[in-house]
Design a protein around this ligand. Sequence first.
Ligand code: SF4
Ligand code: SF4
Length: 599
Amino acid sequence: MVHRIAVIDKELCNPKKCPFICVNVCPINRMRKETVKKGEDGFPVISEILCTGCGICVKRCPFQAISIVNLAEELSEEKIHQYGPNSYRLYRLPAPREKTVIGLLGRNGVGKSTVINILSGLLKPNLGKTPEPSWDEVIEYFKGTALKEHFEKIVANELKVSVKPQAVYNLVNVWRGDGLTLLHMMDQRGVMDELISKLNLENSINKPVQQLSGGELQRLAIAVAAAKDADIYFFDEPSSYNDVYQRLAVAEVIMDVARTGKCVFVVEHDLTILDYLCDQVHILYGEPGVYGIVSGVMSTRAGINAFLDGYLPEENVRFRERKINFDVYAPKQESVESKTLLEYSELEKNYENFRLTVSKGKLMLGEVVGVVGANALGKTTFIKMLAGIEKPEKGIISSSSKISYKPQYISPPKGFQYVKELLDHICGSDITSVPEFNEIIVPLHVDKLFEKEISKLSGGELQKVAVVAALLQNADVYALDEPSAFIDAEDRVELAKIIQRYIRFKNKTAIVVDHDVQLIDIISDRMIIFRGEPSVLGHAESPSNKEEGMNNFLKDLKITYRRDISTGRPRINKPGSKLDRQQKEEGRYYYLARFEEKE
Ligand code: SF4
Ligand code: SF4
């Protein structure tokens, strides 16, 4: 027996341009059993009881607005929440556990935010029922599980919750003062000085929040959440905008909260950080915007490996056809045939309080150069100099190369309402008729966003559109500043592979600045390392081979990485562990072959 789900994406469904094709093509409607009809709100309504799942309406809908899915009947008993008829629904919930950091790992749109909203008491679970059940019924549903007590506390208003939301920029809309005053107000645990120091906020804490960079704002929001005295904490995407060093500092702060005996939930797409930070993991799988299922609890290593495999061994569930693998392409070797695209001498650029120096280097055709380093060392300025947007005070950039630049902070482009309209404009014809449609757009699922309004895209969707828009430009060098921001773990690996394949195939050049070590590992042929004192002095080393570059970068950070023996993914060694000490002694901070500590 199956349990049928029919979901209509009302952002995509467009009855003004479509004469209710779904109503007309449904074979069950033609048999005079009304399965699809026009609803009171002007959108179609599909009866999940009468629908046979034939899929005709899915294929015929011109806006790809309908999803029909068959799930195991047993799941219908485990429905936790449904937003409305023909809407997204969530099955199962993770249970809070004291003294534990619990990771929620899954694609964007499968329900991580719904889980957070329900567990934090912002959203009452309706168990998929109409009329909405009473709290007594909800508590009865969770009888015999740890969640019963959790919801009893929510109902009695006894559960203290602290949430670091995903969208940290909203902080500037609700707080007009400086960070110190805000943190002081929220510091119920008396830990503000410790947090300021650990999160490296000394130079920014006295500034009005409107003047903070993305990373500073993120760390302030984390400090505010960690300073509260709560029973349960939620940190939604705490790595965004932070460099590797700051990500590790944030991880330590979050682990400290759990060590005080509290339960902490973390949503994080940087797998190396999630791996380092969490004690346990739940995978959320399903179809974005359609349904989400929460897996049982797993150890972090087993959970991340299961996520990459697309298979949950304990539950015997395959949730993705293909595995995500970490086969890192052999770096493109410089040879006599390698053509130099762009060459630069030593460069220098001075601002009032900041100086950037650059060692000489060159970019080769067909290669991807990964750029890593702490924030505020001038990486963006370096790219802008190569792009001719900024001029160096000393030195020469010998190229007339055209550079396509995707900035770190992207805002929706003006003059275009829909995604397809923008992409058609960039390529000068129907985007579905150009080779890039199959090379980059379909693999990144951007075709699914064609009919969406650009201003309504989520952070991850906007990022993918911005990357595609940059790659579609007719240029020699593609400079991508933090392409992984807001993109989920699954798409990050795909994104890295697609960009590298595309650049090699087109014999172009890319410079990619990112803080996700896994993405940089997959994407880079060579690397440029930035060193210096953030906001004071930055220096870009000459491009080096990947192994040497990554080794030097991690040596600066005093971190060692190993590779998971099953998947080949990079894992951070616990500081002071046997492997950490051994690798440091050998000077091998990164590429110690496939070698795994016993867990
Ligand atoms: Fe038309 Fe598709 Fe909307 Fe049905 S769901 S009315 S076919 S756009
Ligand atoms: Fe009708 Fe088939 Fe669509 Fe179900 S899937 S609503 S039966 S056309």
